[in-house]
Design a protein around this ligand. Structure first.
Ligand SMILES: *Cc1c(COP(=O)(O)O)cnc(C)c1O
Length: 505
């Protein structure tokens, strides 16, 4: 008999419901629907489960192996969203992760040498952000119903490139929602820029910022915590919400693919039940790797979490020294989605490891002094789970060339940082000897000029010519959404300074 995911859900209902609190100790407890609606807590903190993560047993993992990605997703989401009806979660997951949208399985694994690459970029915008943003609008719509909300949602997004497009695509024409995306004008690739500026939909807007990603993100956070602004909006029948990975609704769907990948490896007999794997994640805002940490907290058999940084190596430094210091030069790299000096989701880890007073204290120090420092015990606690490595621009490009030459596998610049760091990790004293699951976060075609140059080819001045050239050289298929982009008409051209973001509302 075919196993039924609804039956599995009934058999494993949790006795205790997850409640959410702010990382900064605001004190109020919130339901999942409230948290997904609000995005950010009123005290500026991020929402986290109050005390525990729902646990996975070995038996449960083996049972989940019998289901496809969407059904696994619904089950795992239900552990975190107890106020949602399971049937609704199942409908949402099946619609979000359909073969039609992902061109096959949502998150396939590619074997490259002895490593497993978890390809998270088969969605409609060719970046891993789709994994969360295809389902999150549905979770928000359900949240409006569950909480009896009569206002509509105004989503503000700061993007380093990939989130913006994925959010626009996910929220486009969703009823009762309006979305505005801010991106750093010189901090995204031309292909990313075109993806956003040509976005269709009646409820979307896109604005370029004269600044870097941190300026955009700080601006959005400022608008969110501005009482007057919130009040004015409420009078017009709107409330602010976020689609950034500061929203818990982004994080939960990301936990799913680590668990699902483990099931796939089990099913394919690549690992034995209970065998620990290490997970390597190309990291920017710390959302993706925090999701892997959450999976570990749920007792998914995970050894070490390897944080892979590009030349903006503030996180790798933090993990190695215990000092988080944003007072450093900001570099624009070939992996722009990781060009970040203030990684928002790290606050969730600080809360989880050290509690709200400590997390709030560190965030205050960071805002006031530009840095904070863990004590020896705290550093040891971080290092018990995490290793940190970084790759230079040259190393990143060398990885792309070597991987293509040796395995015929073409990876993007972000994934290349992860592969390079995986190599460094494997050669280090921290290596557990476990198999490596490496998050592959974008299609190489999204960053065609850099990938082409890494392969030693001359790079045409036009990004779209570079895309065609990359296909000519490698014969790797171009994702459909990128193939048609060149001729899409531009709809959005506005550029403002960081101080004027609020005026565009
Ligand atoms: C967003 C992004 C990252 C970084 O993920 P975080 O969750 O912000 O750490 C890495 N690679 C790509 C391609 C991305 O779009």
């Amino acid at each position: 008999m075919k196993p039924d995911i609804k039956e599995l859900y009934r058999l494993h209902r949790l006795a205790l419901d997850v409640r959410y609190v702010s990382t900064r100790g605001e004190g109020k407890k919130h339901s999942a629907a409230e948290v997904i609606k609000k995005g950010l807590a009123d005290d500026g903190g991020l929402f986290v489960p109050e005390r525990f993560f729902p646990l996975l047993t070995e038996d449960l993992l083996e049972e989940l192996c019998g289901f496809d990605y969407a059904d696994r997703a619904a089950f795992i989401l239900s552990r975190f969203l107890p106020d949602y009806k399971f049937a609704d979660l199942l409908d949402a997951a099946r619609a979000a992760y359909s073969a039609e949208k992902f061109g096959g399985p949502a998150a396939p694994i590619a074997r490259v040498g002895s490593d497993y690459l978890l390809e998270l970029w088969h969605g409609p915008t060719s970046a891993f952000k789709d994994m969360a943003l295809q389902i999150m609008p549905r979770l928000l719509s359900l949240a409006l119903d569950i909480t009896g909300e009569c206002r509509d949602a105004y989503i503000l997004v700061a993007t380093s490139g990939d989130t913006g497009k994925a959010a626009l695509e996910g929220y486009r024409d969703v009823p009762r929602v309006k979305i505005k995306v801010f991106y750093p004008v010189n901090g995204v690739s031309n292909i990313q820029k075109k993806q956003m500026s040509s976005q269709t939909g009646e409820n979307v807007d896109v604005v370029a910022i004269n600044g870097n990603f941190d300026d955009a993100q700080t601006g959005v956070k400022r608008i969110f915590s501005d009482e007057n602004c919130r009040f004015e909006l409420a009078q017009k029948g709107w409330f602010f919400s976020s689609a950034n990975s500061i929203n818990w609704g982004r994080l939960v769907p990301q936990i799913v693919y680590y668990i699902s990948a483990y099931c796939d490896l089990l099913k394919e007999k690549q690992i034995k039940p209970g065998e620990k794997i290490d997970i390597v994640v190309p990291t920017g805002n710390f959302g993706n790797i925090f999701a892997a940490y959450a999976a570990k907290q749920m007792l998914l058999p995970v050894g070490r979490l390897v944080c892979a940084s590009n030349r903006n190596d503030v996180l790798a430094d933090f993990i190695n020294t215990g000092v988080y210091d944003k007072r450093r030069e900001f570099f624009t790299t070939v992996s722009p989605s990781m060009d970040i000096l203030v990684s928002s989701n790290l606050e969730r880890l600080l809360y989880w490891k050290f509690g709200a007073p400590a997390a709030a204290g560190f965030m205050k120090e960071l805002a006031q002094n530009g840095f904070y420092k863990l004590n020896g015990d705290q550093l040891a606690a971080v290092q018990s789970d995490f290793s940190g490595f970084s790759c230079t621009e040259e190393e990143t490009k060398a990885v792309i060339a070597a991987t293509f030459k040796k395995y015929g596998y073409l990876c993007d610049t972000h994934t290349a940082v992860a592969l390079g760091c995986a190599e460094k990790y494997r050669a280090s004293a921290e290596y557990t000897g476990g198999k490596l699951l490496i998050a592959s976060t974008a299609s190489p075609y999204k960053f065609a000029p850099a990938v082409l140059s890494a392969l030693g080819e001359p790079v045409p001045a036009d990004d779209f010519a570079a895309l065609d050239k990359l296909h000519e050289v490698t014969k790797v298929p171009v994702p459909g959404n990128l193939a048609g982009l060149k001729d899409a008409p531009v709809r959005f051209t506005e550029t403002v300074g960081p101080a004027d973001m609020q005026k565009t509302l």
